[in-house]
Ligand binder design. Sequence first.
Ligand SMILES: Cc1cc2nc3c(=O)[nH]c(=O)nc-3n(C[C@H](O)[C@H](O)[C@H](O)COP(=O)(O)OP(=O)(O)OC[C@H]3O[C@@H](n4cnc5c(N)ncnc54)[C@H](O)[C@@H]3O)c2cc1C
Length: 406
Amino acid sequence: MDDPVSQIAVIGGGPAGLRAAELLAEAGHAVTLFDQKATLGRKFLLAGRGGLNLTHSEPVAQFLKKYGPAEGLMARGLALFSPKDLSAWCHDLGFETFVGTSGRVFPKAKKATPLLRAWLKKLDRLGVRFAPRHRWTGWQGEVLSFHTGDGTALIQADATVIALGGASWPHLGSDGHWAEIFRAQGIALAPFRPANCGFVVEWSEIFRSRHAGEPLKPVTLSFAGRPQRGEIMITQNGLEGSLIYAFGAALRDAIETTGKALITLDLRPDTTTEALTARLARPRGSQSLANHLRKAGGLSPLTASLLREGARDLPSDPGALAARIKAMPLSLIATGPIARAISTSGGVRLDALSGDLMLKAKPGVFVIGEMLDWEAPTGGYLLQGCFSTAALAVQGIEVWLKRSAL
Ligand SMILES: Cc1cc2nc3c(=O)[nH]c(=O)nc-3n(C[C@H](O)[C@H](O)[C@H](O)COP(=O)(O)OP(=O)(O)OC[C@H]3O[C@@H](n4cnc5c(N)ncnc54)[C@H](O)[C@@H]3O)c2cc1C
């Protein structure tokens, strides 16, 4: 006699839940995908607005370093579903990928909408059932409980995958309310904190009104002895952008401990201090300092304003002025709001889980994606983490189902 088909509930229709549903359906299980929203993958669609960065092409050992303390978890996940596998998956759905100059991997179409549409069609073909407008409210005994427009729905499953996301952009569905359910079950959680978020700088009114929305590039940011070159966006309230996100966790931790993070910016990364000193030593004549900085120092209007924003008492000595341009201090005093962060750190602590992501307190229940306590900078590491943790949990489910059938 054939094995009876296992009923699997996947709760959360973001990329992590969708990928788990896909793998489980491909393995022949009966999968129902629940989401509190009417449509799936809303944050995934938002991610596509700025160019969907699926993963990164750097060597895996380097890739894994981006996950910090969660490197071990991701090493297990990437062993099952690597960055190359993610590109191949995208290709199989009908979308070619390309590697950008920074090594980031994108679908050629750049947008998430056609990719999501093709993905959902595939899930439909695989027989995955969708249960939209089902808000998971916890367990009644071992049974899953959902709030729907028509009242409460109780669902019995042989195994459950929970993929409810972090706590940013709550109106798109990942509102972090699941944390109350987990806490009530005694499952250890780390507090949510913004990751890949903007940082607050006390700009003067004049600087803010003139320069918010302008990119600062190229620039080298140094923090805690680590320099990195890239691009920063000036915002109404401070700074954001990939270079800021690359330092995000360290900056956030410094602000939490000392109330601020002092970064230094090299506003002329392509020029040495000596060459800059020689240029600034040229006679200034009747020129204003701003004009001298622009003409002799080669500073753009933005970098010249920023230099004065960082320190109103600019030195007149060319050597000291050049040194300031090469290492301008700037104080970041707070993180931007969690609701606007690209991702969040915190969530289900990894020590509450088995190696294949089953909750120790709830056998048969697996947790994946951004609701786990890991973080990484932008660059494709977030989606890769979601896909790879889905692969890890699905492997765990197979083991769990076999064990419970004995
Ligand atoms: C502006 C922006 C740009 C981004 N760009 C990129 C990028 O280019 N590359 C990249 O790698 N990452 C990017 N990300 C991050 C990436 O989108 C997320 O890491 C990813 O979506 C997380 O996937 P997830 O499946 O874990 O959770 P989510 O995508 O957040 O999905 C969680 C799902 O769970 C549902 N849910 C929550 N609570 C309940 C409940 N109680 N009952 C039922 N359903 C519930 C939600 O409705 C939602 O559908 C970006 C994020 C943002 C905000």
